[in-house]
Design a binder for this molecule. Structure first.
Ligand code: C5P
Length: 228
């Protein structure tokens, strides 16, 4: 049997820096990148466009199967996410979309609907997969697993700074409350709850700069991968 492409899973709570770290690590390795949260967010956005009710599980599951999601690199505009052919990049990043995605992600059949789609991102020369259950459910056989954490205050602070830079004014305490509520929902759901895989390496990013986190993560891989 041909060896499957190597996968580096990077799981953790919202705002731990997974997205930024995963993108940089994938670029340094020359590997593909899966932003699994964007898939759940895309289903949330498509469900919103279709006016689906969050309590209507059957329609949400159908929506998860039917929603087309494409990641397109538009050099000058960066990575764009198309949902059913519509550029939804900005809408996907909204806090309200994140909260909706988190509610939808608690439905077991929705997770099942997205399972194979996530696995199809595994291609040579390798994949960096960012999410909540990459190491536990989607790629349990991944040779490299990281669980990124940071205190809730630090994560809310980072999010606060990002939004302020974009000119969006938000109250820190509201963000902190939202982050804690989302963490609790993600950690307590019955299916694929947020937790480190047994063989994951825990990296606490509180007080550490992105570059150092990237170096620590890259340091977990054999030199042969890092020199590609
Ligand atoms: O990572 P991101 O904040 O974009 O994810 C949005 C929501 O999607 C999370 O709060 C979580 O509920 C859900 N999610 C998930 N499993 C993943 C990725 C995201 O349940 N692998």
């Amino acid at each position: 049997m041909i060896d499957p492409s190597p996968v580096l899973t990077i799981d953790g709570p919202s705002g731990a820096g997974k997205g930024t770290v995963s993108r940089i690590v994938a670029a340094r390795l020359g590997w593909h990148y899966l932003d699994s949260g964007a898939l759940y967010r895309a289903v949330g956005v498509a469900a919103g466009w279709a006016n689906l009710d969050v309590s209507d599980a059957a329609s949400l599951v159908r929506c998860a199967f039917d929603t087309r999601v494409e990641f397109v690199d538009r050099a000058e505009n960066g990575l764009r996410v198309l949902v059913n052919e519509v550029d939804a990049t900005e809408e996907l990043r909204l806090e309200t979309t994140g909260a909706l995605a988190s509610a939808i992600a608690a439905i077991p059949e929705v997770r099942l609907a997205l399972k194979e789609r996530q696995r199809s991102f595994r291609r040579p020369p390798g994949l960096v997969a960012d999410g909540r259950d990459m190491g536990t459910v989607i790629f349990p056989d991944a040779p490299y697993k990281v669980f990124l954490t940071a205190s809730a205050e630090e994560r809310a602070g980072r999010r606060h700074n990002q939004l302020m830079e974009k000119g969006v004014s938000v109250i820190f305490d509201d963000l902190l409350r939202e982050i804690m509520a989302r963490d609790a929902r993600d950690a307590q759901r019955a299916v694929a709850p947020l937790r480190p895989a047994e063989d994951a390496v825990l990296v606490d990013t509180t007080g550490i700069g992105i570059e150092e986190v990237v170096e620590r993560v890259l340091g977990l891989l054999p030199v042969s991968h890092r020199n590609q």
